[in-house]
Design a protein around this ligand. Sequence first.
Ligand SMILES: N[C@@H](CCC(=O)N[C@@H](CS)C(=O)NCC(=O)O)C(=O)O
Length: 292
Amino acid sequence: MANDDPASDNQPAGYVPPKVWVWDKENGGQFSRINRPISGATHEKELPMGKHPFQLYSLGTPNGQKVTIMLEELLATGHQGAEYDAWLIRIGDGEQFSSGFVAINPNSKIPAMLDCSTAPPTKLFESASMLFYLAEKFQAFLPTEHYKRAAAMNWLMWQMGSAPFVGGGFGHFYAYAPFKIEYAINRYAMETKRQLHVLDVHLAENKYMAGDEYTIADIAIWPWYGAIMRSAYTAQEFLSVHEYTHVNRWVELIASRPAVKRGQRVNRTFGETNEQLAERHDAADFDKIAKI
Ligand SMILES: N[C@@H](CCC(=O)N[C@@H](CS)C(=O)NCC(=O)O)C(=O)O
């Protein structure tokens, strides 16, 4: 049937955007209950405080894992000043909107952290900012030679710009949206595969992301792209991840690091029971789950 309105040619059937968008609280989808078009606290509640220099408020998602892996790597190399309490923030229950959390991170997203060894305590949010802060503070996992340091920072920033297309784009529309939209899934599958190819080409020539040294770039990229290669969204067959052999080599190399194995368990409340350490306040806490 002929369509008289050329502007509507590309519209999915049944939806014409209104003149002014309004907040529809019942829009469905896995995260609709916590998504809001405004920022700020929804309730008054202070955050708990432990005894260690770093107080981390997080959840074991890929963005959360970046920081716990970094802290575990620092501790593994003898930086006792990196001792931390990892408190659980249940984002599905809206705990990122407490007044205490918002006071550290006005963006209400995990991870957020306080460095209580400084006066006043240093507020940290955005996972890459946290990795960079820790790398500078402890002079670790960030090379000093300018070209290597630049390479690490390039890939760190690449991760921050790229992963939202994988998580918020592909993962959302492939796994979480209340119905499947071919256009959206095609668009983000294309971009996810493009990114995996970028990594594959680079890792064919480089042991680690920034060359021959393990850096905060690997720590930032592995939780997201390791997950996509191994299990995330159960989309491995759909994305033909077996094609990315060099990414796979690197994913397994990073996964074999003991600090990575520990870090990825912290603040985790899903998956195998012996992989979950909902809160971490002491190195010995890992022994508890090892026995499960
Ligand atoms: N760019 C941020 C992203 C953080 C982020 O998206 N966190 C998610 C969980 S992985 C979150 O807290 N979502 C809760 C919400 O959106 O309300 C970072 O890297 O720290």
